[in-house]
Design a protein around this ligand. Structure first.
Ligand SMILES: [Zn+2]
Ligand SMILES: [Zn+2]
Length: 95
């Protein structure tokens, strides 16, 4: 195992053991695929990947302040919901 594998294993283990509590608290605390290193170690609530140290460009929606996911980075700092509600603020060829 190399260094990245060690971190990946540790992160996954940590989040697996906390999954139940996270669901119980009603907040999403799951790992998703990191867009940079493509490991399942991207911590959504932190907005970063501890393996390759990739960080989200936009951590919170500019409008409603909710945390943004990796998938929502494409909306220029808005969450999907705000993006859909007010598409006029975005590039004309967004669709
Ligand atoms: Zn990464
Ligand atoms: Zn929003």
């Amino acid at each position: 195992m190399d260094y990245e594998d060690v971190i990946e294993a540790a992160v996954i283990k940590y989040y697996d053991s906390h999954d139940f509590e996270a669901i119980f608290d009603g907040c999403e605390s799951s790992l998703s695929e990191c867009p940079e290193c493509l490991r399942e170690t991207f911590i959504a609530e932190e907005g970063l990947c501890p393996v390759c140290e990739y960080e989200l460009k936009y951590k919170n929606c500019k409008a409603c302040k909710i945390p943004l996911s990796v998938d929502e980075q494409q909306y220029n700092g808005f969450c999907e919901q705000c993006f859909i509600l007010d598409p006029a603020d975005f590039e004309e060829d967004a669709h």
